[in-house]
Design a protein around this ligand. Sequence first.
Ligand SMILES: [Zn+2]
Length: 290
Amino acid sequence: MPIPKPTTFLLGTPLYAKTAYEGDEVWAVLDVLYFNGTYDSYCAKCRRESTFQAKVVERPAAYQRNLAHERLDKQNGIDPKVPSLEPGLYVVHAHCTRTNSHKQDFVFFVDREVVPDHAPPKVLRTIQKVGQQPSYGDLHITQVKKYTHVLSNEQLSELTRAIGLASHDVGVGAYVYLRRIFETLVEEAHQSAVADPGWDEGAYQRLRMSERIAHLKSHLPNFLSEHPGMYSLLSKGIHELSEDECLKHFETLRIGIELILDERLDQRERAQKISAAKAAIQKALGDAGA
Ligand SMILES: [Zn+2]
């Protein structure tokens, strides 16, 4: 699994989900640990979306990448050197650009350990987020409130519960809730697809979940049907998945759900605009005595 982008790692990844890295993936890890850019997030103090600016921390010289050297090494058939990351805690501090005193902080733990009984000897290097303020739940539960009008109450409370569980490191439980919501959303797309001309229900029933998503492409956001592999795990039984796997894939599933819901919000907004426009036209025509 690739190292998530810094902003995904800061905001999206639940606590304690370990991500292993090796070789030149260390650069992507350093981009997380020394992130100094901006990102958009809900600000709990402004009580609205805002832009946050991460505090700029100078990278130690050993962690600075020299692309020119790397090119030279490659030309000479040498594997470019990669830094060995010091195990320990790393903190990313950020502030709300609307009000400097509104902060967000993220703590990462970098570790390395020798894999037991591995020949040749192998070192497992990992990064995990081990702390943050505001909490993962506070950041995301406020965010999902915007879906109130496009989800049933039951689905909304399941989504909230899933995020709450993930923020307390309960991987399997969180994953089960998200998977249920995701499968319901896919089933709703299936129900509307049944009315399509030439729909072959028997063939659909024989498909695995990831294939169903590809098959429902005109009824689901494009991104989902273009990346059915994102959901290959959905075909696995819950008992086959470890806590860690569930936490790691939680984010993929959450994004998938949000894509579907964002599209529904767009459609709802468009429908509202159309009906407002219709009413305005009616009124204008009435006023004009047409
Ligand atoms: Zn703020």
